[in-house]
Design a binder for this molecule. Structure first.
Ligand SMILES: Cc1ncc(C[n+]2csc(CCOP(=O)(O)OP(=O)(O)O)c2C)c(N)n1
Ligand SMILES: [Mg+2]
Length: 357
């Protein structure tokens, strides 16, 4: 296997090297079991699996330092697990239980962990890019030495939000790394079909921003690039665009078999480049982990996911009386609510204002 950039520093630290494997294995097992739990009708609503994309997620999140902020799209189970949200709380969220990371209100697409600076899980394609850019502006405004990592799918690149966010980030020199996780498709539409320039990293040139592409199934290459670009963001306030090339093994969501718009041969060829198998082989080749070590990790994460499911099954659903909590209808916001009448724009302060003013 060719020497991979960034390999030395991670592989020199056995614990770190094994931790990357453990994280990817946990996400894989978690998502396989999520798929099964969905078919048992324990999970409702939308559910998007990122099986096959683990290295793109884990590699860059591993390069974050405490204080950096993270945003992601709705394909976010692995994102939450990679920041360290407890598997039981993530599974409980999918089950709509009170002990979930969003108290059961968000579900699969809206995971978050504010304590760990993971600000969601966003369902509208491209919508979080301007919000993440605003977070980078806030960091500059408050003189904080941190950066934002904003992950999104290839489908977001052809939206207006992408242009607005990258343009402002470049004009204002904001500390942000935009990571496009190019898994080849937006639902059933390939990147080639929807982009006049399918080499997505090249879009950075439009904003005089640094852009680069790495193998998104190579966890060490992703980590190296993200680490370098996040440092550049923190230390020099230079934004960048990182494209990680990967593939989703499953369909777009649990409702899509993923077979109509791509060939079995294509899926097979990407499975052969499975990021976890590949990294496991590298660890073996370098004498860092034996097959038994890796088996042990698989057993540990399987037990962890089983425990997460057991806890999610046993957890309580939010009570009916909590239905109006965290909404504008919450009695705690009664005063605001009372201003929802003709000529009194919701949320405006000062009695004299009208919609026209
Ligand atoms: C603004 C907007 N348009 C359309 C949709 C419907 N939609 C949901 S997912 C998706 C595909 C997005 O693909 P991509 O960004 O590549 O992410 P992936 O699903 O591959 O992770 C679309 C079009 C949406 N959620 N938001
Ligand atoms: Mg995609």
């Amino acid at each position: 296997m060719a020497k991979m950039a960034g390999e030395a520093s991670v592989l020199d630290d056995r614990e770190h090297a094994l931790d990357l494997f453990r994280q990817m294995a946990l996400i894989r097992r978690f998502e396989e079991r999520t798929e099964e739990q969905y078919t048992r009708a324990r999970i409702g609503g939308y559910c998007h699996l990122a099986i096959g994309e683990e290295a793109s997620s884990v590699g860059s999140i591993d390069a974050l330092v405490d204080g950096d902020a993270l945003y992601a799209s709705y394909r976010d189970h692995g994102t939450a697990l990679a920041v360290g949200s407890p598997a039981a709380a993530v599974m409980a969220e999918l089950f709509g239980k009170e002990s979930g990371v969003a108290r059961g209100r968000g579900g699969s697409m809206h995971l978050l962990d504010v304590e760990r600076h993971f600000y969601g899980g966003w369902g509208i394609v491209g919508a979080h890019l301007p919000i993440a850019t605003g977070t980078a502006l806030a960091m500059v405004y408050r003189d904080l030495p941190f950066a934002v990592l904003c992950q999104f799918g290839d489908g977001a690149v052809a939206t207006g939000s992408f242009h607005e966010a990258l343009n402002l980030a470049a004009v204002w020199d904001l500390p942000i790394v935009f990571q496009v996780i190019n898994n080849q498709y937006g639902m059933g539409t390939s990147v080639d079909q929807s982009n006049a320039e399918p080499e997505l990293w090249k879009r950075a040139a439009s904003y005089r921003m640094h852009g680069e592409q790495v193998d998104g199934n190579d966890v060490l290459a992703v980590r190296e690039a993200a680490d370098r670009l996040l440092r550049q963001a923190r230390e020099e306030r230079r934004p960048s665009l990182l494209e990680t090339i990967t593939y989703r093994h499953r369909g777009h969501s649990v409702a899509d078999a993923g077979k109509v718009y791509r060939t079995a041969e294509e899926v097979r060829s990407w499975r052969e480049r499975d990021p976890i198998t590949r990294y496991g082989l590298l660890l073996g080749e370098r004498g860092i982990a034996s097959a038994a070590d890796l088996d042990g990790i698989w057993q540990d994460v399987s037990a962890q996911v089983k425990d997460a499911i057991d806890k999610a099954v046993a957890a309580a659903a939010p009570g009916r009386d909590s239905l109006y909590e965290h909404l504008y209808g919450d009695p705690a916001h009664e005063e605001q609510f009372s201003r929802m009448q003709a000529g009194a724009p919701f949320g405006e302060r000062g009695g004299e204002q009208t919609w026209q003013t």
